[in-house]
Write a protein that binds this ligand. Structure first.
Ligand code: PLP
Length: 268
């Protein structure tokens, strides 16, 4: 018999193409050596060309999935991805309190505020942004928005490292303990600079910019790799640098699949 591994829970949507969503989260958890568990929130009809449609899972099934795994198997760290509606977000927030997951409990909680796919297809009903701000951010150990999500959530347009700092300040005012403002979409910067801050410390994580076509599922993969490291007991700055190392490798190994954008890859 093998020793029980640490556990990580993803509360997120399904990508039928297997590149993003819970599929990306589970394979990342596996690659990072933690046991992955899921609370499915929505089903997308999706391939490499985009999201054709999606439908939500009934709210009581979302919250009962969280309760079922938390009560029995225990959760060492959790993350959210696509949450689809304000109703799901509010119910998830209440359930996380009930099972003691979040910044004020001992179980780290990462919020990846997924709003749209890289093709621009919406993955969140419009009225749900406010619920992300008010229900999820105050409970988060770490939030990991990309620059589009930063603009939607705070109104701050990030164009350089200085405005990235302003964005971090604006996001911290919404209540998470740490923010990671991902700079991967700042295309005129030859390097990829992510800014991590808890208000007191500001860490710039600089890495190479890979000029690759296939990056589907990149955001989910980074947030999952960070969540896996948090499940193993690392602190936030160490978990984020491990996660960044993982995503750099996954982007470098991304592969073509279908006629559109292929997925980042955990195979190496
Ligand atoms: N589909 C689902 C279910 C997702 O959770 C996400 C991102 O979180 C996407 C699609 C979009 O992924 P990408 O922007 O990498 O294409």
């Amino acid at each position: 018999m093998t020793a029980t591994p640490k556990t990580a829970l993803t509360i997120a949507g399904s990508d039928s193409g297997g590149g993003a969503g819970v599929q990306a989260d589970l394979r990342t958890f596996f690659a990072c050596g933690v046991h992955g568990m899921t609370a499915l929130t929505a089903v997308t009809v999706q391939n490499s060309l985009g999201v054709r449609d999606f439908g939500e899972i009934p709210v009581h099934l979302v919250t009962d999935q969280i309760r079922a795994v938390a009560e029995d198997m225990g959760v060492d760290a959790a993350k959210t991805g696509m949450l689809a509606t304000a109703e799901i977000i509010t119910a998830v927030a209440r359930t996380l309190d009930e099972v003691h997951i979040g910044r004020d409990a001992d179980v780290p909680f990462v919020v990846d505020p997924v709003a749209a796919s890289m093709h621009g297809d919406p993955l969140l009903r419009e009225e749900a942004l406010e619920a992300i701000r008010t229900e999820l951010f105050p409970r988060a150990t770490l939030v990991t928005p990309n620059l589009d999500e930063v603009r939607l959530l705070t109104g701050v347009e990030v164009t350089d490292v200085e405005s990235q700092r302003d964005a971090a300040t604006a996001l911290l005012e919404l209540g998470p303990r740490w923010v990671l403002v991902k700079g991967g979409h700042m295309y005129d910067n030859p390097e990829c600079v992510d800014l991590l801050s808890d208000g007191a410390q500001v860490v710039e994580l600089t890495g190479p910019r890979h000029d690759v076509e296939h990056t589907h599922g990149g955001g989910d993969t980074l947030a999952s790799a960070i969540t896996a490291s948090l499940a193993k007991g690392l602190g936030v700055p160490d978990a984020v640098s491990q996660g960044k190392r993982f995503i750099e490798r996954a982007v470098a190994e991304a592969y073509p699949l279908g006629k559109g954008i292929g997925p980042v890859s955990p195979f190496w």
